[in-house]
Design a protein around this ligand. Structure first.
Ligand SMILES: Nc1ncnc2c1ncn2[C@@H]1O[C@H](COP(=O)(O)OP(=O)(O)OP(=O)(O)O)[C@@H](O)[C@H]1O
Length: 261
């Protein structure tokens, strides 16, 4: 590794010795991870490798049994998810967090309001105040390709568009580091292409860390890949490096759910 990249300032997020034990199971076992600024970093691995647990530790949805997490040079190991979200480390919400009965525009306006007013869901704000965020919301929705769906009910959107809305509501919080949990899961080819382009655009000004099963997309999008197996880091590098690693190939053998090509 070059000395420039060994400089801590180049890394937005660093985990050291991250460990999570459930009963007797070491779901995440002494993982070191460094996410470089303005990169797309993917966390991959066969089923049960510990990806989701690791993701939940990094986003503070789980408390580590051991280890430390540093974000922008600050030890955030003991901070709550809301506290690190305020600092710009934001996890994409699951679809259920998009309000189906509200329009696409209303969903993003509400998310913008959360950022502006720093509160969770401040429903009692006046509609005048909400309207002032309208232009910004429209711009964000154009950015994610939802300009033709502004007044549709979120619940009526096709699946891929819902995921784009989910990304828009996450972007409304102006994250510096965006964590995406299987952003392409359940999508057809057309949505995969569109969402991949979106992630690439989002990452032009931000850092993205994602857990993703679709390895051909990981190959196209990622600057760096960490491969987990049995809770531990098996390999790390760019796609060419990790995909040629015999240990990685072996770990993936017999994994019919992953498209390893
Ligand atoms: N809450 C829990 N209690 C007990 N064991 C758990 C819990 N969460 C995860 N595990 C175990 O930890 C290991 C890692 O699981 P995890 O879901 O993190 O893997 P993964 O790589 O995300 O898998 P997948 O690709 O199948 O989603 C598995 O053996 C799983 O059974």
């Amino acid at each position: 590794m070059t000395s420039r990249h060994d400089d801590g300032a180049d890394y937005v997020l660093t985990a050291k010795g991250l460990t999570k034990v459930f009963g007797g199971i070491r779901a995440v076992d002494n993982v070191d991870l460094s996410v470089r600024r303005n990169s797309i970093h993917a966390l991959i691995g066969p089923n049960g490798a510990g990806k989701t647990t690791c993701f939940n530790l990094l986003t503070k949805f789980l408390t580590p049994s051991k280890g430390t997490i540093t974000y922008e040079g600050e030890d955030v190991t003991n901070l709550a998810p809301a506290a690190i979200a305020q600092k710009g480390l934001v996890r994409s919400f699951q679809i259920s967090a998009v309000f189906g009965g509200m329009t696409v525009l209303e969903n993003v306006r509400l998310a913008l309001q959360r950022r502006v007013h720093g509160r969770s869901f401040d429903f009692w704000r006046s509609s005048k105040c909400l309207n002032s965020l309208e232009d910004e919301a429209v711009q964000l929705l154009e950015d994610v390709g939802l300009e033709d769906f502004l007044h549709d009910r979120a619940a009526d959107l096709p699946y891929g568009r819902k995921r784009a809305l989910e990304i828009a509501t996450t972007l409304a919080l102006d994250p510096r580091l965006l964590l995406l949990d299987e952003p392409l899961a359940g999508m057809g080819q057309e949505d995969i292409g569109r969402t991949s382009d979106l992630i690439k655009r989002v990452a032009e000004t931000r850092t993205v860390l994602m857990v993703e099963h679709n390895l051909s997309v990981v190959a196209t999008l990622s600057d760096r890949i960490t491969v987990l197996a049995r809770g531990a880091v098996l390999a790390e590098g760019n796609y060419a490096e990790v995909s040629e690693d015999p240990a990685v190939v072996e770990a993936y053998i017999g994994e019919p759910n992953d498209t390893y090509d």
